[in-house]
Design a protein around this ligand. Structure first.
Ligand SMILES: [Zn+2]
Length: 279
């Protein structure tokens, strides 16, 4: 996709995205279940502790092994009329999401930061980015991250026929299954532009629609401190944060994560991935 074209289309939709954010803040939907509550953190392993001395926090996750998302595919979800905008769960749960990737220039840095703090996140990938970056999806699987479907080519779905919408989503489910090992349980419409057909087809493909609560607007490259400030100002229990690991120069997004993630953890947030409610 052309970057300029992408940015233009994003700008035209920013009002809609802001409206979704406002709805999320009002708590319109709270139907996904946060991950289990954190157990008291074990002392970090020696080498890691030596390199990254951090305040002990009862909310830090245990090492990732054994904590991954459920390995079974949930049943067909309901057909919704709005996307989910936030998560519910015990304690101060937050979810970080990264869209449009993977991109080998930025995604590995983001994965490194998440690994350093033993935190899992969601990556809404574009199918066309996956075939030449299968190693990154394999790493996401190994490290317990959740991969969602962000369509094949990042189109405005509301302008497409049902057949094209299905193709965009289904091809992406297939390539995710190949590279990640499981079909996605979540999808997110590009530009936050949903319609009835996308909800219906997403549900038929076994996916729940997840939007976001806090938009960092990192794709506008507003400066690392601005991105950090948006996350910290928006931090609250149940918040889903939108950032990007591809689609342009994402070095600010990479640096921002290094700053806000330890601050969220030290503020007592459990940064994790949602778990779908089993029917
Ligand atoms: Zn996107």
């Amino acid at each position: 996709m052309q970057k300029d074209q992408l940015l233009t289309r994003r700008r035209t939709l920013i009002a809609g995205a802001a409206a979704l954010g406002a709805a999320g803040a009002a708590g319109v939907l709270a139907t996904v279940t946060g991950d289990r509550a954190a157990r008291p953190a074990a002392p970090a392993a020696g080498a890691r502790a030596a390199h990254h001395p951090l305040k002990p926090s009862a909310y830090r996750l245990q090492p990732l092994t054994g904590y991954g998302p459920p390995r079974t595919v949930a049943g067909r979800p309901p057909v919704r009329s709005e996307p989910l905008l936030r998560v519910s769960g015990r304690g101060r749960v937050m979810v970080l999401t990264f869209d449009d990737g993977p991109d080998p220039r930025y995604t590995p840095d983001i994965l490194d930061t998440l690994a350093r703090y033993e935190v899992r996140a969601m990556f809404f990938v574009c199918g066309e980015m996956v075939p030449h970056n299968q190693d990154l999806l394999a790493r996401m699987a190994d490290e317990g991250h959740v991969v969602g479907n962000h369509t094949w080519s990042h189109p405005l779905l509301t302008r497409l026929s049902r057949g094209r919408i299905r193709s965009e989503l289904e091809r992406t489910c297939d390539v995710i299954e190949t590279a990640y090992g499981e079909r996605p349980e979540w999808f997110r419409a590009p530009y936050g532009a949903w319609n009835r057909a996308t909800f219906q087809i997403g549900a038929e493909l076994g996916m729940e629609p997840l939007a976001w609560t806090v938009d960092t607007l990192d794709w506008t490259e507003p400066g690392t401190r601005t991105i950090v400030g948006r996350v910290e100002d928006g931090a609250a229990p149940g918040v889903v944060v939108l950032s990007h690991d591809a689609g342009g120069d994402r070095s600010q997004s990479v640096r921002a994560l290094r700053a806000y993630l330890p601050e969220l953890l030290d503020s007592g947030y459990l940064v994790t991935v949602p778990r779908r409610q089993q029917a």
